[in-house]
Ligand binder design. Structure first.
Ligand SMILES: [Zn+2]
Length: 291
């Protein structure tokens, strides 16, 4: 069974090809929306492009032995993770830790080994955090393709590590509260200001509100990821903040954007423990002043 790209409309087709085109393929892709069957087929198509010996920028050659093996689902470098079918969710130790260990195995015959992790809505936050470790620093020869019913099923830190291909239309978009978007927008504007006070006043509504801080850090992490993606010619994940992400992308060099992104992710990780939230917001202000 091989996926028929013709099933996608022209715009979606271009988007799909763009996901894996360009000089450097992303080391992790999230396929979300559509039906489970569509997600599975697109995941396999992307994997086929990754392992094809003669792939052009955006499509598999369909002739080489890698492509044949991909179509027959017998390619040794395309691994599809399975969870225990008797369990509703991926188990952290039995299902997810082995993925992390497995990621260090070198490819058998292709340049890349592709690990497909299906249906992330079945992986709880705690397990996704285990997976995050390998997504942060994957071996250069390993690529991941994740699928999910919706991008909202994926935690922010994981989301900020992936390129995204959304099968459906806007109905499945990332959802952040209006208040969260407003705070991120204000922070993005304060970034360009020379007054320290502007960052402090943009983050003032966070004021020890734990849930809001976590959501804003998540959105901010994805926002900086978006700014980096825009610099690389890709699209935003948060459509509502695309103009802001574009402006930030144009205002700062990649190194500064990376600093913003990494330091925000570091703070986001701290929220999984039991941090002092006032200190955390103070640190966020310091990080964002540090250009
Ligand atoms: Zn091929």
């Amino acid at each position: 069974m091989s996926f028929n790209v013709e099933n996608l409309n022209e715009q979606k087709k271009q988007e799909l090809l763009k996901t894996v085109s360009g000089g450097r393929r992303p080391h992790a892709v999230l396929v979300d929306g559509g039906s489970e069957k569509e997600r599975e087929e697109i995941a396999y198509l992307l994997a086929k492009i990754y392992v094809c010996e003669e792939a052009t920028d955006s499509s598999p050659c369909n002739m080489c032995s890698s492509c044949r093996k991909s179509d027959e689902k017998i390619h040794p470098d395309i691994i599809r993770v399975t969870k225990d079918p008797d369990k509703k969710y991926y188990r952290k130790n039995e299902d997810v830790r082995p993925i992390v260990e497995d990621a260090y195995q070198t490819p058998n015959e292709s340049k890349v080994r592709v690990i497909i992790i299906p249906e992330m809505q079945l992986m709880k936050v705690e397990s996704q955090n285990v997976l995050l470790k390998i997504l942060e620093e994957p071996p250069t020869y390993t690529a991941f393709i994740l699928t999910a019913e919706s991008a909202n099923n994926v935690i922010g830190t994981v989301l900020s590590r992936v390129s995204r291909f959304r099968i459906g239309e806007n109905d499945n978009d990332l959802v952040f509260k209006e208040k969260t978007l407003e705070i991120v927008k204000n922070i993005s504007e304060a970034l360009s200001s020379n007054y320290e006070f502007d960052i402090i006043s943009a983050t003032a509504p966070l004021d020890g509100n734990k849930q809001r801080i976590v959501e804003v850090l998540t959105a901010l992490s994805v926002f900086f990821r978006d700014a980096l993606a825009i610099k690389n010619g890709s699209k935003s994940l948060i459509a509502d903040l695309e103009p802001q992400a574009e402006r930030v992308a144009n205002s700062f060099p990649v190194s500064t954007l990376l600093n913003f992104y990494e330091s925000t992710n570091d703070l986001l990780k701290l929220t999984q423990g039991n941090p002092n939230y006032n200190l955390l917001v103070a640190q966020l202000c310091v990080n964002l002043r540090n250009k």
